[in-house]
Ligand binder design. Sequence first.
Ligand code: SAM
Length: 281
Amino acid sequence: MLSYRHAFHAGNHADVLKHFVEVELLRYLGQKDKPYWYVDTHAGAGCYSLEEGYATKNAEFESGIARLWQRDDLPEPLAGYVEVVRRLNPDGRLRLYPGSPLVASEVMPAGDKLRLFELHPTDSQILQNNFANAGRRVQVQAANGFEGIKAILPPPPRRALVLIDPPYEDKRDYQHVVTALKEGLKRFATGTYAVWYPCLQRQEATELPQQLKKLPVKSWLNVTLSVQSPSKDGFGMHGSGMFILNPPWTLHATLQQVMPYLVEVLGLDKGAGFTLEQHEN
Ligand code: SAM
């Protein structure tokens, strides 16, 4: 069942949190003069039009990146992410939004490699096309990312960020995330793994971070951004989270600085807020 198309959600508050944290993780890896890989198990199409097609249906980007991208009071760490969006839209009109692979390729040093999995035939073809000129730096596989990472971990440079960002429309995705991380950690215990997850009023979603906290890892960090109060009918996504295994030690302080700003700019009602926790085993 592959009904999910990320274009409907491109640039929404959840993408803002995910891609901002992604940039922070990649910038940290890039500080050392040693190669690393970016692995994206659920890569999407790579780039999205905000002027036509699916993204215009609910225009979710209007309460996400559109509120942020031209602000002149950005906290410094957020500016690196917003700069990627600005470079893609040089004439000052918000036409395009970068997906996680494009965000990565913009931020990473030219010699570092991207390994991308996308199962949807249409989106994997668009992804291929978006990176048609990237040569051997970028490899796209139209395959199941949960399975595919087994074959590439540990990556040759022994340094990597693995982003796991499934649709969760199939509730088995919650368990697949936990299983993939258990397998991944066995092969590559020192990798940095980032899991995006939705904040929903359903059991699988509230249980996922609790399950991730039990994984055998040196340290973890969990950040959530809620943009509104949970709905009275129990449906809908009021926010999202990023759970990081083996986070950089600087990330907690960066998020303490930036999350209040994101709440202020993206919050829709009094239920807007953030949570931030970290743990060393
Ligand atoms: N990471 C992307 C970004 O931030 O721009 C968005 C990804 S979207 C949330 C999830 C994607 O996973 C969809 O494009 C969907 O087609 C794809 N997908 C679903 N199941 C998959 C699987 N098992 N392996 C790889 N891709 C899958």
